[in-house]
Write a protein that binds this ligand. Sequence first.
Ligand code: XIL
Length: 356
Amino acid sequence: MTPPGSRAAQAMPLRKLAAEKGLVYGTTISAAQISTDHEFVDLVLQQVGLVVAENDMKWQDMNRGRPGKDDYGAADTVAAFGIENDLALRGHNLLWYYRTPTWFFDLATRRDQERAVVEHIQRLAGRYRGMVHSWDVVNEPIEPKDGRPDGLRTAVFVETLGPEYLDLAYRVARETDPTARLVVNEYDVELDTPDHEARRTTLLNLLERMRRSGTPVDVVGIQAHLCCAGGPPFSASRLRRFLADVAGLGLTIQITELDVTDENAPADLAERDQLVADTYSRFLDAALDEAAVKMVVTWGLSDRHSWIARRETNESKWRSDGVPSRPLPFDADLKAKLACEAIANAFVHAPQRVAG
Ligand code: XIL
């Protein structure tokens, strides 16, 4: 039997359904996948209009243990793949506390840290100047639980450089690649909990400050790593209000890392796939109501290559019963699932918008 998802997807690939509404649909990819998994690459070329390196452009992943010693080989492979295939390219990311090379922590002075940040941004954003649709300049800048009045994450950059590191990073990114849209990318701002609400408020305050002080920022990236069972509640109206607040600041919005973990869902495949698909529908139906949302990127395209299914870390969210996770639109055999149909339907029902 043909799974229902494949009918929608085969009739019209996700990228086309998205493009008809002024949206861009994209996925992560890696240099390793590009060179070894041709079947997967074919699916990517059929389904998406944009690619983003899952890890290959992260500073720590590229760095070879010393300042200035970055290996751009894998990053170049992803960028070239995008350009050669006429796909838009997201840059992920210029700064992320979690993937900063270890030597950076030993830089004692403000001057040394500032120089390292500036040079890194100039080299990386400069290398792909004119090729990148959007750069996640700072990934995950806030953490209200760290206790600062401004809600900024205390880790790494704030410690020595102060909150001005944000202004510095966005200015250097703008100077280096003036055509790239500059993004603040953040997680856990989607759901209906006090924690997510506090993060939304903090993020809005940060964006307001950046706008007021003339710091060049164009886009808010909402990661949207969701969960289909046993997770916090979702409120469509809360999400819509937040997105409207972001749009009110004159910014556009990208959904940058969408996926749905099935960690607490029953093992039964049909039931699990339905729960995952319903989660995609609920989230996208609400999010795409807002015309400032211009892009949807899933954090992978097939369960074959999901960070959730990969179990590369020991994080507790991966399923403990050994049943392979099914968080993405296509399964590990590259067959469309109900999740694919849910995304296709969300695009079909989305209001028309001006592309951006
Ligand atoms: C993840 C990758 O998918 C993993 O392969 C890697 O081990 C860790 O990073 N938020 C982000 C992404 O901004 O860069 C993360 O990607 C997922 C969470």
